[in-house]
Design a protein around this ligand. Structure first.
Ligand code: SF4
Length: 256
């Protein structure tokens, strides 16, 4: 083992150098994190990967690329792993009043991802997003677009119901928001539709009102984002439904 030490150290230095290059490459490509399996990282940290590391097996950047491709080829598993990681979450104060965590649902490789702000009463009870009155309106909208609900993916910015359906607060959004960002990274939709002010302002990172944001495409990590009114707002203001319909026509156009 003593004789192996210089070799191990050289390999470790070479590997860290290659890994650094790979991280820089992925950072340039816009990745904010790499979906490496925990076991790989632990193996690397513990030195296990160093003993296994053979330069002729391909550089770590190639291995990372292969792992990433594998990972995204099984998006359902990746979503399940993320749900498991969230567990019985108590990371923010919304955990105290919720009945269920509402993770999100739909097609793991959907072209369209709808993102609302947070679960309401019905969603909290059923542990499913957009199943109350506002959810029925959203489902009708999806059907009118010629799609089924199971053709799209639906999630929220925060996964637990805010008390009395108040808006999620900044600390809650900053703690829970990374989960929806990881859902976006896994699903990698062709278009994101943000439902309402909180969703749009969080995803686009803007303070502009939804009335001004809606109707035009914005961008999140190079994914086109269409903000539109929240279905709950449309229930209260049905005269504005045609504006959301117009927004969705633009989304369909973008998908062609
Ligand atoms: S809202 Fe998100 S961060 Fe807060 S407890 Fe629920 S799952 Fe956890």
């Amino acid at each position: 083992m003593k004789d192996q030490l210089p070799l191990i150290m050289n390999n470790r230095a070479g590997m860290i150098q290659e890994l650094k290059k790979a991280m820089e490459l992925y950072s340039d490509l816009g990745f904010e994190y790499l979906p490496l399996k925990r076991a790989n990282i632990l193996n690397l940290i513990s030195g296990g990967a160093v003993l296994d590391y053979k330069p002729d097996r391909g550089s770590p950047s190639q291995q990372v690329a292969e792992q990433t491709a594998d990972y995204y080829s099984n998006k359902e598993t990746a979503l399940e792993e993320l749900r498991n990681e969230i567990g019985d979450c108590h990371r923010c104060k919304l955990s105290t009043g919720r009945k269920n965590i509402v993770f999100g649902e739909g097609k793991a490789d959907a072209d369209i991802m709808f993102i609302g702000e947070g679960p309401g009463r019905d969603e909290d009870i059923q542990a499913r997003p957009f199943v109350g009155d506002a959810g029925k309106l959203l489902t009708n909208l999806i059907l009118k677009l010629g799609l089924q609900r199971q053709d799209v993916y639906i999630a929220n910015i925060v996964k637990c119901r805010p008390p009395n359906n108040r808006n999620p607060e900044e600390d809650e959004i900053s703690i829970c928001g990374p989960f929806v960002e990881r859902q976006i990274a896994i699903i990698n939709p062709k278009v994101i539709v943000c439902l309402g002010k909180i969703s749009a302002q969080t995803i686009i990172r803007s303070k502009i009102t939804i009335s001004k944001l809606r109707g035009n495409f914005h961008s999140y990590n190079d994914i086109p984002v269409m903000p539109t009114f929240h279905p709950a707002y449309l229930l209260r203001n049905p005269k504005d439904k045609w504006l959301t319909w117009e927004d969705m026509q633009k989304v369909l156009e973008k998908l062609k």
